[in-house]
Ligand binder design. Structure first.
Ligand code: SF4
Length: 330
């Protein structure tokens, strides 16, 4: 699965690196100085590299915890994200990471302990506010977990901070490690979802929607709180039927009391990022659709957005109280 592991020499003895070494015994291990030397090289072709990405093990030194972009988040007053990894095993056509990075190689920051130290400082600094932390902003929170072992340590950490919430956002169905342990009430396992037909076309390499719903149900049955994330909403000829069926299917399978929150957001990109991504995908249907440019943001435009926004909100309200439904604009 991963042929080459580049590692910063100083991280080789770190327990996370030892774990990765055991998980990838056949890979070719190559020492490097700093990860940026490889990751930030200009003119790399994301699509070509995505066919066989290498893994880079690195140490992070700064920016462990950052405020989320405006419009992202739910009902907490302070929202933060952290990224123990850059890039993702999956390959969704609309993924913003391909516009953000020039490399498709995976970077795993091994020093989880420093993330936890900075998160605890953030919690202490904002102790008078309600706080939510998001994992999986620059990667998928669980897809790489068998190798990284990150979620287990993350949950051990957040178990001690019941007054703040943490979200693990994922399309992965690798949930064994979660099901083996007691559910933590301040942790939300949030699944990104699209209608089956759309996901089949766009969510390359990711588990099918049927399997994601099954994984959600198993977690909900074990007591975990579930988040539903319909982001980005994708416009097609029959989008109303497709989204309506998807929402109905989920709500008939998952007990509503297990649903922590639902959020939805429309397809949107900063203009320059959209240009970069669409150049990488010039043959696919998603990028053939004429989009609108408004104030540096490329999207479906006000009319379609407003129609989708109202329809999804109404569909969700058939099943859930409005205080569990959030429109994400960030
Ligand atoms: S699962 Fe998320 S992070 Fe991974 S490729 Fe898809 S959109 Fe990107």
């Amino acid at each position: 699965m991963i042929d080459t592991v580049y590692f910063e020499e100083e991280v080789l003895q770190h327990p996370t690196a030892t774990r990765v070494r055991k998980a990838l015994p056949k890979a070719n291990w190559v020492p490097i100085n700093r990860f940026q030397e490889l990751f930030n090289i200009r003119n790399q072709n994301f699509r070509i590299q995505k066919k066989n990405p290498a893994l880079i093990l690195a140490k992070k030194f700064e920016n462990f915890v950052l405020p989320v972009p405006s419009g992202f988040g739910m009902n907490s007053t302070k929202n933060f994200y952290f990224s123990h990894m850059y890039n993702c095993l999956y390959d969704c056509d609309y993924c913003f990471l391909q516009g953000l990075y020039s490399s498709a190689n995976y970077v795993l920051f091994v020093n989880y302990e420093d993330f936890f130290e900075h998160i605890s400082q953030t919690i202490e600094k904002n102790k008078n506010d309600s706080q939510m932390f998001f994992s999986g902003y620059d990667c998928d929170s669980l897809a790489f977990d068998k190798i990284s072992g990150f979620s287990d340590q993350l949950l051990q950490f957040f178990e001690k901070y019941q007054n703040v919430e943490v979200e693990l956002r994922t399309k992965s169905i690798v949930t064994n490690s979660l099901r083996k342990r007691p559910a933590i009430k301040n942790c939300i396992i949030a699944f990104s979802l699209s209608p089956t037909k759309i996901a089949k076309k766009l969510d390359n390499k990711a588990p099918s929607i049927k399997r994601r719903i099954k994984a959600m149900k198993q977690l909900a049955d074990c007591g975990w709180l579930i988040g539903l994330r319909f982001d980005p909403l994708i416009y097609t000829n029959d989008w109303k039927v497709q989204y309506s069926e998807l929402i109905c299917e989920i709500m008939t399978q998952i007990n509503v009391s297990s649903i922590h929150s639902v959020s939805y957001g429309l397809l949107r990109f900063p203009k320059r990022m959209y240009k970069k991504i669409s150049n990488l995908h010039n043959t696919t249907g998603l990028f053939a659709f004429p989009l609108d440019n408004n104030n540096g943001v490329t999207s479906y435009g006000k009319e379609i957005e407003s129609e989708m926004y109202h329809f999804i909100q109404q569909e969700l309200q058939h099943y859930l109280p409005t205080n569990k439904i959030f429109h994400c604009t960030g």
